[in-house]
Unconditional design. Structure first.
Length: 110
């Protein structure tokens, strides 16, 4: 159960980070309103708060989170940006998630 909660928390954290970076991108590159910076800042603050909820050492949390971030970012690329994923994208995400699994199952028990 702890693994599922941690993974879900990582997914929510990744979404908050991506939204916090995507909104300024819309403003800077796509002609969006500068008001997009307000929810972007709130989303990045939420992202930082979510990372603080993990009981493990911060560096280990950030390292494990990276694998989930990669997978969620590629899902965002597919679903939001409409870019079809390649087998290289999927393979790379699988390797990143495997690395995250090694960190979580090995390092957090130490």
């Amino acid at each position: 159960m702890l693994i599922a909660k941690t993974f879900l928390l990582f997914v929510l954290t990744a979404i908050a980070e991506i939204v916090g970076c995507y909104l300024p991108y819309l403003w800077l590159k796509k002609g969006g309103s500068p008001w997009l910076l307000v929810p972007a800042g709130l989303s990045l603050a939420f992202f930082a708060w979510l990372l603080s909820l993990h009981p493990a050492a911060a560096g280990r949390v950030y390292a494990a989170y990276g694998g989930v971030y990669i997978a969620v970012a590629l899902l965002w690329l597919w679903k939001v940006d409409g870019v079809r994923l390649t087998s290289w994208d999927i393979g790379g995400a699988a390797v990143a998630l495997l690395g995250m699994g090694i960190i979580v199952f090995g390092g957090w028990r130490a």
